[in-house]
Design a protein. Structure first.
Length: 160
């Protein structure tokens, strides 16, 4: 059975900035965390330069920030009125389809960084254990609430 080819919408541009900022903060912390043992071990290990581990973390951080547009471009989503499609990934491509009738619980979350850039995450919970939670980050709060309300309306009009 072939699925119909559904055109996917890209994430909001603000999600790209969220990805860049979270990468920078994460790798900034990792750089500091790598500097402490490097500094502590450098007197006893003369062959280990004091700057080696922090430099490696900083380079990985810069690489992660520069690759954020590619990661962002690999996300797509579509709401058909009956199901939500969420696609992501480059090496391992994932396309998840969540029928509205299977949704048990819906969350719209927005952390401080997401609020700063005007995006939110729509979280759908379904029955089961594996892959029972589907996250759609990087859409506007208004769009997330619109999809949430449409799913809730679908559930109330078409119960089990």
């Amino acid at each position: 059975m072939l699925l119909p080819d559904i055109p996917l919408q890209p994430l909001e541009r603000g999600q790209l900035n969220v990805m860049r900022l979270t990468s920078a903060v994460g790798f900034g912390g990792a750089t500091i965390a790598a500097a402490i043992p490097s500094w502590a071990l450098s007197p006893s290990w003369e062959w280990l330069p004091i700057w080696a581990a922090p430099l490696l973390m900083a380079l990985l951080g810069i690489w992660s920030i520069l690759l954020a547009p590619r990661r962002w471009a690999r996300w797509g989503w579509a709401w058909t009125g009956r199901e939500l499609h969420v696609a992501s990934g480059w090496l391992v491509r994932s396309h998840t389809i969540v029928p509205a009738a299977r949704v048990q619980h819906i969350d719209v979350t927005q952390g401080p960084v997401q609020r700063m850039f005007g995006v939110a995450t729509l979280v759908l919970h379904t029955a089961g254990t594996a892959n029972s939670e589907v996250d759609l980050p990087g859409i506007s709060r208004e769009k997330a609430e619109e999809i949430r309300d449409a799913i809730r309306e679908h559930l109330s009009s078409d119960p089990w």
